[in-house]
Design a protein. Structure first.
Length: 94
């Protein structure tokens, strides 16, 4: 079992016990980015948001949003050198 699979199973068990966390508009935008690219650094997410929506969100705001999503167990960070890369914990439901 991979680390990601373990985290997903753990998250799913918790979700069964509680309702889905509330998400703000910015959190949803960041998840949309990660669903599209599958894995990205905070800088890559900020660049993607700027290109796709012209949002112009600062890097520190994107980092804070990713940290909130991590606490909600909706993204999985992995350290790559000095940066973290983030992946969505769940696939998008169509």
């Amino acid at each position: 079992m991979t680390k990601e699979s373990f985290h997903l199973i753990h998250w799913l068990k918790r979700v069964r016990k509680q309702r889905m966390p509330e998400l703000g508009a910015r959190e949803i935008e960041v998840l949309e980015c990660l669903w599209e690219v599958q894995q990205a650094s905070a800088q890559q997410v900020a660049d993607w948001l700027d290109q796709s929506a012209g949002a112009g969100i600062s890097l520190s705001t994107v980092q804070s949003t990713l940290e909130r999503l991590n606490r909600k167990e909706l993204v999985m960070p992995s350290k790559q050198g000095r940066a973290y890369l983030y992946r969505p914990a769940l696939q998008r439901q169509h």
